[in-house]
Design a protein around this ligand. Structure first.
Ligand code: PGA
Length: 255
């Protein structure tokens, strides 16, 4: 069986802190009307203030919407935060958790990330758990141990049924926004390692079910090599998801 028959294939665009409201809506409409492949899920992660407009723009299309972050409590006195209930309320079915910019710029810890994963699963929101090593860690030969530790901490106490709802994005920090994409071989080897770690934490069936996306300088000219790899189940794209044509060239890639 090929990977499309075994796991959901996901092509996601993380718009970070970019776009105006109008640009966000135009981007969503352009992407929704230009995607021509049905064996994969396309998910847009707009800035939260534009979530409702983007959900409306995607209505009646297969394009899904997620948010880039959330807090883990259902509600409360947490100024500036968004709750899982709010995400559900506006129609966001996915959330990015533990993106490297959250970990490294905003100091999110493995413990916080763990709570967010649990909360997303409890609220039936698909967490896209981002993991990945820094350049120093790769140079010291610690890529696998770093990612293993991030996975163990994020999935602690999460049972098999919960784990099956998660998506993982392997995003080496040295590749994010740098133009230095991981080679398909490096990415595939880390994805295989992630699948083996899931096998150890759970079992074969869970490891085969969870989609593992690659992220970090994915562009129209490198997507084909990456997506040809058997354990790369799609991509999480930053910069190249901000223009309709470049994102369409990525999501419409053929195997
Ligand atoms: P990039 O970002 O594609 O601009 O490298 C990827 C990400 O941060 O998810």
């Amino acid at each position: 069986m090929n990977k499309q028959q075994v796991r959901k294939q996901i092509f996601a665009g993380n718009w970070k802190m970019y776009t105006t409201k109008r640009e966000a809506v135009e981007l969503a409409i352009g992407i929704a009307s230009g995607m021509n492949i049905i064996d994969r899920e396309v998910v847009l992660f707009p800035p939260s203030v534009y979530a409702t407009c983007v959900v409306d723009a995607c209505e009646g299309t297969p394009v899904k919407v997620g948010l880039q972050n959330m807090f883990y409590e259902k509600e409360g006195a947490y100024t500036g935060e968004l709750s899982p209930r709010m995400l559900k309320d506006v129609g966001a079915g996915y959330v990015l958790v533990g993106h490297s910019e959250r970990r490294h710029i905003f100091g999110e810890t493995d413990e916080l990330i763990h709570k967010k994963v649990i909360s997303a699963i409890a609220f039936d929101i698909i967490p896209v758990l981002c993991v990945g090593e820094l350049l120093e860690e790769r140079e010291l030969g610690k890529s696998e141990s770093t990612v293993e530790s991030q996975l163990i901490k994020a999935f602690a106490e999460i049972g098999e049924q919960g784990a099956r709802k998660a998506v993982i994005a392997y995003e080496p920090v040295w590749a994010i926004g740098t133009g230095k994409v991981a080679t398909p071989e490096i990415a595939e080897s880390m994805h295989t390692f992630i699948r083996n770690t899931l096998k150890k934490l759970y079992n074969d069936s869970v490891a085969m079910t969870i989609p593992v996306l690659y992220g970090g300088s994915v562009k129209p000219d490198n997507i084909a090599g990456l997506y040809a790899m058997p354990n790369i189940d799609g991509v999480l794209v930053g910069g190249a998801s901000l223009t309709v044509q470049s994102f369409l060239d990525i999501i419409n890639v053929t195997l």
